[in-house]
Design a protein around this ligand. Structure first.
Ligand code: PXG
Length: 474
């Protein structure tokens, strides 16, 4: 007690000290964080730029955490929140009650999502949306008199959230190693990550191999036991893994043939990230459930949901009786009002369409030009998602060992150069706001190239990598 008081007195206004003392952060190694003197402090943002507490300007090529699709500083969103706070700051949507923002947002979501999604179940996050998926899928088959159809298939290296259910759906072994996950009834199959797993197969051949891994598992378990397959159209947090073109048509066929529901996790891909409004439209998929979050409110307030296709709603909503599920803040009026305003902005300014037409080709061309860098083995991407896959030997796809150090070093060089990029192992990820301009894309790419050069310089020096990185997720 005396010690912490002394430290508080020593630095009463140092947010880093306060934060280090009191804040237990998500996905952060606090030992490493303390060693470097505490976290960076972001104090302000406008458009695609952030400012830290030292007054440094950073360009945010990650749209926060893949979510600030309309960019920072949209006053209309703040005003929508303030208006709703004055009118009705809270009321619940349980027990036969609603309020105008929830009812209105349901209607608007039915308009902007692909045909057939007339119903939404509201949550506060993507994790809650995916937990809701588990309960919905199992309830659906119970109602159909097939309670044994309860297994949900997912993929290695998938990210679907951090709650017990959604982390179980996820395929991250590091997460499963903490707290006894996955929960029963969830199985993982190979991800369609050609660069890492494709061996001697062409991407097209490997796409079919990865799809057939889904079918093999369904057959091994017995199709009568398999309820659903969940996947992101394009894996985001796994490292922007764009499946080969052969993958999705085959997976869709397999699910249809075996009566397995298709759950498309649109938490990152939704609301324009891949080009069209939804990632399922990018691939022409016809999913049964679509968890959404992030871009729904452009991250201005927490809100998520599960879009339920009519053929599922007919059972779950139409004749299912009471679904014993919900959150105090399901359909929170202020979050709904902000999501409504966000979608109004996206529609009225045609942000998704203009981005797909004008920004995506420029962004993809500029980022792909980094493929000539000696550290870059492959550039992948679609829409406003892209990644630079770093490699020790781009010719042979030889990866750096141990995985992650070079990516973390490059991520640190990006920060030093005023660029926010995420490193996922050796994938340097880009997911900027959809409103980024061409000159801002030039700024991102120029800073990325400089950061790659500096990374290469460091690792080329004898003993250069040792001690050069700040460990941990980034
Ligand atoms: N599904 C997908 C596809 C996601 O990317 C979630 C569900 C969970 O959403 P919530 O709102 O509960 O976080 C996500 C979240 C990263 C990173 O570093 C990615 C996410 C969250 C935090 C960090 O790439 N994705």
């Amino acid at each position: 007690m005396a010690m912490s008081q002394a430290a508080t007195e020593a630095a009463p206004n140092d947010l880093r000290v306060l934060d280090t003392r009191h804040h237990f952060h998500p996905f952060t190694d606090h030992g490493a964080l303390n060693a470097k003197g505490g976290p960076r402090v972001i104090v302000r943002a406008e458009g695609v730029h952030l400012w830290d507490s030292d007054g440094r300007r950073l360009i945010d090529a990650m749209a926060g955490l893949w979510c600030v699709n309309v960019g920072y500083g949209r006053r209309e969103l703040a005003e929508a929140a303030a208006r709703q706070m004055e009118e009705l700051p809270y009321y619940n949507t349980f027990f036969q009650t609603t309020h105008p923002p929830a009812a209105e947002l349901g209607r608007v979501l039915a308009e902007v999502t692909p045909p057939g999604f007339a119903h939404v179940f509201f949550t506060n996050s993507g994790s809650e949306a995916n937990d809701t998926v588990i309960r919905m899928v199992r309830r659906y088959f119970d109602l159909l008199g097939q309670p044994e159809r309860s297994v949900i298939l997912s993929r290695d290296n998938a990210y679907h959230g951090s709650t017990m259910g959604s982390a179980s759906l996820g395929g991250l072994k590091t997460m499963h190693g903490q707290g006894g996950l996955p929960i029963p009834g969830i199985e993982h199959v190979m991800e369609p990550y050609w660069y890492k797993l494709g061996g001697d197969e062409t991407p097209e051949e490997f796409g079919l191999t990865a799809a057939r891994a889904v079918e093999e598992r369904i057959l091994a378990l017995g199709p009568e036991r398999v309820a659903a397959f969940i996947a992101e159209p394009i894996q985001g947090a796994g490292g922007v893994i764009v499946p080969p073109d052969t993958y999705w048509p085959e997976v869709a066929r397999i699910c249809r043939e075996h009566g397995v529901l298709l759950v498309a996790d649109e938490v990152i891909c939704g609301f324009g990230r891949t080009g069209p409004w939804f990632g399922t439209e990018y691939y022409g998929l016809d999913p049964d459930l679509m968890p959404i979050a992030k871009g729904l409110s452009s991250g201005y307030l927490p809100i998520g949901g599960v879009m339920v296709h009519d053929r599922i709603a007919e059972v779950l909503v139409g004749r299912g009786g009471e679904f014993f599920h919900g959150f105090t803040y399901s359909g929170h009026p202020v979050a709904c009002a902000v999501a409504l305003e966000n979608i109004r902005i996206l529609r009225e300014e045609r942000i998704v369409e203009r981005c797909a037409e004008h920004t995506v080709p420029y962004f993809q061309a500029k980022v792909r030009a980094l493929a000539d860098h000696p550290l870059v083995g492959e550039v992948r991407g679609a829409g406003m998602l892209a990644t630079l896959q770093l490699a020790e030997d781009p010719e042979t796809r030889k990866r750096f060992e141990p995985e992650g150090d070079v990516g973390a070093l490059c991520r640190d060089r990006c920060f030093a150069n005023g660029l926010v990029m995420r490193s996922v192992a050796e994938s340097m990820v880009l997911s900027p706001p959809l409103v980024i301009t061409r000159s801002e894309i030039d700024e991102v790419v120029e800073k990325a190239r400089r950061s790659l050069d500096e990374t290469l310089d460091t690792i080329a020096r004898p003993g250069g990598l040792a001690g050069a990185t700040s460990a941990g997720s980034g």
